[in-house]
Design a protein around this ligand. Structure first.
Ligand code: ATP
Ligand code: MG
Length: 565
């Protein structure tokens, strides 16, 4: 099992500590790029071996629970055994081969982890997708990827069957259920009879591994294709330093299995460090349940979208002093400094921030132990060289607003996506000089901390002032009447564009006079931030439009304002 890796041992932590131990250490660094890498053999099988040799504590690799009181714990040895069986089911029973595409549409059931790693073992390119998808979303994904196989549950199986005429290319359909379904292979029984002997492929680091769909915040989701380099990146010293995970950590990332955040937070990062992946089936998402879970299980680390932390704070729980929680990190959307501060006050734990994309994985972040600057999403995580650039790709000086760019020339860094699947035009469009254009606008200070301003399309240009929505949203969040808000640009006959806030009120303020409240909120924003940012228009709404990942769809609100919808 233990393979030599550029002449030294593949233990992530040992590599790290040896690298960090100074002169004479092997040449392992953030820029190393071995020709071959496979997460299953280099990481999972390594920890299985450590367990066998008694060199790893008793923490399971996967700890899964649901609302019915069911609980399952798998060791790394069991994971190795089960994922090898899965590899055999995929190749032998289903006839899938290296390079074939498999749609993986499962809720947070343990089989999701088996299929994902089974694919990595065999070189089958898997495409995680959320179970909240409807028929048209599924057919779009199947057609765009020319998928040969699909794995899903009995809820979605009839939907997939109804698409047979629109997409006849499915060679294999695997069902994860306790019931059987005509025309579908039963994964749970197949895995029991499959052989646990399987030889993992020797994947090249830059061979394709998976395709992730973007959240679709600004339009149709895009398919971002990633190589095994994404998994290798979790292995690099800088990534290890960012999270500083220990083998005793119990890591919970409640993100939906359809997103790259889940792949990173519920699989690659914790397992690379030999930590426990904690999974709560949590269906549907419920912040009260999350609070109970933090009290009930020894979770030490939580990575989630800011909306998750916001919803927990809004529960007005008597105590949010969780007994074992040590570290929290929010990513995927702007984390408002106000919410960061509330979280610290109520839980006693700092809430760190990270920034990433489906295209880039985790891109920058506040490294564990690093000074938090309110509102900053941290520093670049090597090997990414992040710069603020203009639209020609020229680097801009500190404290100047520009595009957040990642250097891709002369060498594309490990972990950056390969391309948008089947879309060379879009892939080329996001190149900007020597950089990849993230489509986000930000500034960087002289210490190298990045500050997110907004998606390029979300920036409001009011009377010559450029305003990022989260600056105004943060000011509004400080007022007790505001549960949530979304700030967008709105047309104005005189000024061209003005700031408009869509506001969801907290229950206590629902019966207040709206005109009065509008004035009060406008005054409040003027008093806590530069007065030009105050929302000239305010609309109270019961809910905000959001993506399945819980991100505010400002583009939808903006289009309505400009009469495009
Ligand atoms: P689509 O590209 O389909 O419109 P999306 O960009 O929301 O959807 P993702 O790849 O899931 O899809 O999200 C990446 C985006 O999320 C980033 O480009 C950025 O706009 C936003 N984001 C991520 N982390 C942060 C953060 N810490 N602060 C602010 N925004 C963030
Ligand atoms: Mg995007």
């Amino acid at each position: 099992i233990l393979k030599s890796f550029h002449g030294f041992h593949p233990a992530p932590q040992r590599l790290c500590s040896r690298f960090l131990s100074g002169p004479g250490a092997p040449s392992w660094n953030d820029y190393v790029r071995p020709k071959e890498f496979n997460f299953a053999s280099y990481v999972l099988d390594y920890w299985a071996q450590m367990e066998m040799e008694g060199k790893r504590g008793p923490n399971p690799a996967l700890w899964w629970v649901n609302n019915q009181g069911d609980e399952l714990k798998w060791s790394f040895r069991e994971m190795t055994d089960l994922t090898r069986r899965t590899a055999n089911v995929l190749t032998q029973t289903c006839g899938l081969q290296e390079g074939d595409y498999l749609a993986l549409i499962l809720p947070r059931v343990p089989e999701w982890w088996l299929v994902a790693v089974g694919c990595i073992r065999t070189g089958i390119i898997f495409m995680p997708g959320t179970t909240q998808m409807k028929a048209k979303d599924i057919v779009y994904r199947l057609q765009a990827s020319k998928a040969k196989g699909i794995v899903t549950t009995d809820t979605l199986a009839p939907v997939v069957d109804s698409l047979a005429s629109e997409y006849p290319g499915l060679k294999t359909k695997l069902l994860v259920s306790d019931q059987s379904c005509k025309g579908w292979l039963d994964f749970r029984s197949l895995i029991k009879s499959a052989s646990p002997d399987h030889v993992c492929i020797k994947s090249k680091t830059l061979d394709p591994m998976a395709v992730f769909f973007t959240s679709g915040t600004s339009g149709l989701p895009k398919m971002t294709k990633h190589s095994h380099g994404l998994a290798l990146r979790s292995f690099l010293p800088s990534c290890r330093q960012f999270l500083k995970l220990k083998t005793s950590d119990v890591f919970w990332c409640p993100s939906d299995t359809g997103w790259i955040m889940s792949m990173l937070g519920s699989l690659l990062e914790p397992w690379t460090a030999g930590s426990t992946v904690f999974v709560h089936h949590l269906s549907p998402f419920d912040p009260k349940n999350m609070i109970q879970t933090f009290f009930k299980y020894p979770i030490t680390y939580c990575l989630a979208a800011p909306s998750v932390f916001r919803m927990i704070l809004q529960q007005n729980s008597t105590s949010l002093r969780f007994p074992t929680l040590e570290h929290c990190c929010a990513g995927g959307e702007a984390l408002l400094p106000e919410e960061q501060e509330q979280w610290r006050k109520q839980t006693g734990i700092l809430l760190y921030q990270a920034y990433g994309q489906s295209e880039t994985g985790v891109t920058c972040g506040i490294f564990r132990g690093m000074k938090i600057k309110p509102g900053s999403m941290g520093k670049a995580i090597p090997p990414f060289d992040i710069q603020i650039i203009d639209d020609k790709g020229n680097i801009l000086p500190p404290d100047t607003e520009g595009i957040l760019g990642i250097r891709i020339k002369p060498v594309k860094p490990l972990g950056l996506f390969m391309c948008y699947e089947n879309d060379p035009v879009k892939t080329e469009e996001v190149e900007c000089g020597d950089f990849y254009n993230t489509g986000d606008r930000a500034t960087v200070d002289t210490d190298g901390y990045f500050f997110f301003l907004g998606r390029a399309d979300d920036i409001i240009n009011a009377s010559g002032y450029r305003i990022g929505p989260s600056e105004v949203e943060n000011a509004l969040a400080e007022h007790p009447a505001v549960a949530e808000s979304a700030v967008v640009s709105s047309p104005d006959p005189i000024r061209g564009e003005v700031v408009k806030a869509f506001i969801v009120l907290t229950p206590k303020f629902l019966s207040h006079d709206r005109d009065q409240l509008t004035k009060e909120l406008q005054q409040h924003v003027k008093s806590v931030t530069a007065p030009y940012k105050y929302p000239r228009k305010v609309e109270f709404v019961p809910v905000l439009p959001k993506t399945i990942t819980g991100k505010i769809k400002r583009s939808e609100l903006r289009k309505k304002e400009f009469g495009q919808m």
